[in-house]
Structure formats: C-alpha cells, structure tokens
Ligand binder design. Structure first.
Ligand code: 4AD
Ligand code: MG
Length: 479
C-alpha cells in the first residue's frame, strides 16, 4: 500500500477506505489517541488505537518523537478538533525515541524558549513553530521565482567566490587554500596570493549585483537568488553572516520604475503567503497573539500578523526623500525631547531607531526612502544633478527596518570612474564592470531583498536566527 501524506489525508474525501501514513508521534494520550505529524502540514492526524488488540511491547514503543507507520480505516472523527481520524489496524514502530532522551530536547511537548530551540537547531524542525516557519520560507522562495518568471526575468547564477567587493564595505570572508600557519611570502614580505588557488585574493560574495548588471545589459531583466556573506560583527536580531538575497536588475529602468517594481514584488509575496499558507499563518498568528499578552500594553503590535500582511498588501507604500525624512525626524517628538540615542542631521546614516520611528510612528506603513547623500551609499549608485545625492532607495518595513536596498546605477563612464576614485576602488580590478559602460551603456536599476528579513515579516518571527534553518552568526557555526 502506498503511503499518503497527512495533509492529503486530512483533506481527503475517502472516508471508509484504508490509508497508510508514516510520521512522528507528537503525543500519545490515554493509550488510545496518537497524534502523528509528517511535516506535510501543521496539522496532525489522529490515529485511534484499540490497545486490547495490540501487544504491550509495541504500545510501549509508541512514544513522543518516535517514528511510526499506521494503517487503518479513515473514519469521521467522534471527537472535536479534527474532521477525520484513522482507526488503527496495523502499527509499526519505525524508529524509537527514548523518553528520557526526549525529555532533554525541544521535542518534549511543552513550550520552550527561543534560545533553547536555537541550541537544538538540528531538532527544532520537529516543533510546530519551526515547521510553520520553514514551510512558509519555502513558499516565499517559490513565490519569488514565480513572480520573476511570470514577469519575464531570467534567473542568473552569479558567483559565490569573487574577487570584487561590490558594496565596498570590506566585510568579506577570505577564501584561500594557503597554509594559514606558514603562508608563502613575496618580495615585499606580504602573503603571496599569486600562489593561492586563484592566483589572487578572493572572497565569498557580499552581493551578486555587479555580475547581475552584466546580465541585465544583455538579457534585459535578470534576478539572482543566492547565498550572500558578510563578515560584519553585528550580533543583532536582524543580521546574519550568511543570508540569502534576491537581486533583480533591469535595463532601461530608472529609480521610479525600480520603486514600482519593488512595491509590486513585495506585495505579490505577501499575497502569495496569505493565499497559500493559511494553516501555518493561522498558527503563527495565534502564537504571536499569545506572546503579545505577556508584553506591556504599549509594546504590543497594533495589528495581528495576518492584519499586518493584509495592510501591506492593500496600501500604497509611503515614498519620500532622505532629505524630507531628515526634516520629519528633526520635527518629531522624540527628537525634540532628546529621546533618540543618535543625533539627526543631514548626512548621517539613519540608525534603526530613526527608521523605526518613520515606519512605526510617523507613517505607520512601509516606507521607501530615496535620494540619499552620496557619501553614505555605494560607488555604483547614480549621481543626482544636485551632486550631493544619489538615486538610491531603501524600503523600510514595520518591525524589521530596512528590508530592501537598491538604486538606479551610474551608467555614465566618466562619472563612474570618478566615483571609483572617490571610493578608492581600483579601476583595473573592475575593468569588466566598467566595460558595460563602454559598449552601449543605458540607464538601469535594481535592488536587493534580504530573504530572511522578508521571511521574518511574513511569519512574525522577531529574530532572524529563527527563520533560517542553520544560522551563521559571529562565534556560531554549529551544525
Ligand atoms: O542594502 P544591501 O547591502 O544592498 C546590496 O547588497 C545591493 N547590492 C543590492 C542591490 O541593489 N542589488 O543589502 C540588501 C538587503 C538589505 O536591505 C537587507 O534586507 C539584506 O540585504 N541584508 C541582510 N540580511 C541579513 N543579514 C545581513 N547581514 C544583511 N545585510 C543586508
Ligand atoms: Mg542597505
């Protein structure tokens, strides 16, 4: 007999016929009701076992976290809470789980702290919360590919090992095969990278954008979706050393086109999750509502998770320039009352307290800030006519802060070369990038969406470590 997935059985109309399911035991009550989950749904199937018909030896092995195969008749459930259940005819314990061991893990059926769950990242998949989060993570990834495919973009695989520092922030992980204790030394007494695997220093990529631009300037519209690495020592709830980024790049787009694409894309993802992840979303919504009750009233979310998603889907994002945002901040109550930790004046890099004020207090909706000072943004962003600002845009989301960073790109060769000089970027290393501006250069634009930040938003999880299967953060690369 063929195994059926529990998600399908729960929806099935086959009451009265035999089914076979396999999964892990979530609970076994009164020696009679087994709750089985196989990962296909947040919902368990209830298997009802008549203990008189089974050997004591077998029943003893049906414990929380053990794996079982259950065959029996699908019947309408007598109890409340489920529509159908299985009347067990045959049961096989596929893998035992010793209750004493289970006691020490996240698999014991009770509430655990997020910290405890993180220590057991290899087991936390078995919990309801992480099952829901990772099913939704998959749905978001799928929605992203679907959106771009439907819009006629090509998925471009950009390199993970690269010689360039696209963002110019110098926060890169070196990739080398040289002996770390005794590296070869050159005539200047420096490490002889000529002898390294690639004959030069290389790193894990911080962004696929520069390569994506090459693709866009031939294929028209492309996107990347890959792992990205940043060796920034930020131990925050929104930073990972290894995260995934989506970077669309479109020839002939200007900054306004770029904003329109971003907004449409983000709304599409939110709608996709609302329409395709109902059970998981409902679970996370209720989970959050419970958590909220233990918070002081002024720290609670005004909207529930599902309400927040609907709000983003239904409302226009607020668009304003960096300069306008600085004015809003300087006229704000917290500024006047000296409540911001960091000062606000034109030219500063906005701190997360400022971004959160704009999104959560002032506008209460997603915000697109544009036209930032050139000095605080990357070299490749297009210089505006005022010579002080660039055609940059950041999208700020409630509870998250910056979720997208993007810009129109500098397509003018002379300006771009000047910017390389200003930012101390050696032109000879970027010869291949500058070439795109030599052969039919055109205006173009793109952005980068932090995948995990988007997953945080749609799941309501408040720590980025809880939306990636195996988080990499400073001092932590277990599993
Ligand atoms: O703003 P960033 O640095 O932009 C770029 O890398 C551009 N090359 C994108 C482009 O225009 N093609 O990063 C883009 C997004 C951020 O807005 C944030 O959501 C996410 O990537 N991000 C991180 N997510 C998790 N951990 C980190 N350390 C992150 N750094 C950036
Ligand atoms: Mg950014």
């Amino acid at each position: 007999m063929k195994r059926e997935k529990i998600a399908d059985v729960l929806k099935s109309e086959k009451v009265g016929s035999d089914v076979l399911v396999k999964g892990w035991v979530r609970a076994f009550r009164s020696n009679r009701f087994i709750q089985i989950n196989d990962g296909s749904s947040i919902n368990n199937i209830q298997a009802v076992i008549d203990f008189e018909n089974f050997e004591e030896q077998i029943l003893k092995k049906i414990t929380v976290a053990s794996a079982v195969a259950v065959k029996g008749k699908l019947v309408e459930s007598q109890g409340s809470g489920q529509r159908v259940e299985i009347q067990v005819e045959e049961v096989e314990v596929l893998g035992e789980a010793h209750p004493d061991d289970v006691q020490k893990t996240v698999m014991q059926p009770k509430k655990h702290s997020m910290e405890f769950l993180r220590e057991q990242a290899h087991l936390r998949f078995r919990t309801n919360t992480f099952g829901a989060v990772f099913r939704i993570r998959h749905a978001v990834a799928y929605a992203i590919h679907k959106y771009f495919n439907d819009e006629g973009f090509y998925y471009l695989h950009t390199p993970i090992i690269t010689g360039s520092d696209a963002e110019g922030a110098g926060e890169m992980f070196r990739v080398t095969t040289l002996d770390p204790v005794n590296p070869p030394i050159d005539e200047n007494n420096e490490v002889a990278y000529k002898e390294d695997f690639f004959g030069k220093p290389v790193n894990l990529t911080v962004s696929g954008q520069l390569e994506a631009e090459l693709g866009a300037l031939a294929l028209g519209q492309v996107y990347t979706f890959g792992p990205t690495f940043r060796a920034e020592n930020s131990n925050t709830s929104r930073h990972l050393a290894e995260f995934w980024m989506i970077e669309p790049e479109v020839a002939f787009n200007d900054l306004t086109d770029n904003m329109n694409l971003t907004e449409d894309f983000l709304k599409y993802i939110v709608d996709y999750v609302l329409n395709n992840c109902e059970d998981d979303l409902k679970f996370l919504d209720q989970r959050e509502a419970k958590e909220e009750q233990s918070k002081p009233a002024n720290q609670r979310n005004e909207l529930s998770l599902v309400e927040r998603l609907k709000f983003v889907s239904d409302n226009d994002f607020k668009r304003l320039t960096y300069t306008e945002a600085i004015n809003v901040l300087r006229n704000s109550k917290p500024y006047k009352k000296n409540k911001f930790q960091y000062d606000v004046e034109w030219g500063i890099d906005l701190q997360s307290e400022h971004e959160r004020y704009l999104v959560e207090k002032e506008f209460k909706c997603p915000v697109i800030l544009s036209d930032y000072p050139s000095k605080i943004k990357a070299f490749y962003m297009r210089q505006n006519d005022d010579e002080k600002t660039v055609a940059a845009m950041d999208v700020l989301f409630p509870g998250i802060g910056e979720i997208v960073g993007g810009s129109q790109r500098e397509e003018r060769l002379d300006v771009l070369k000047r910017k390389c000089g200003d930012f101390n970027i050696p032109e000879d290393e970027l010869w291949w990038y500058l070439d795109t501006r030599r052969f039919g250069t055109v205006p173009h634009a793109g952005f980068g969406l932090g995948f995990e930040r988007m997953v945080m938003f749609v799941t309501g999880m408040t720590n980025i470590r809880d939306v990636i299967p195996f988080p990499r953060t400073p001092q932590n690369a277990e599993f």
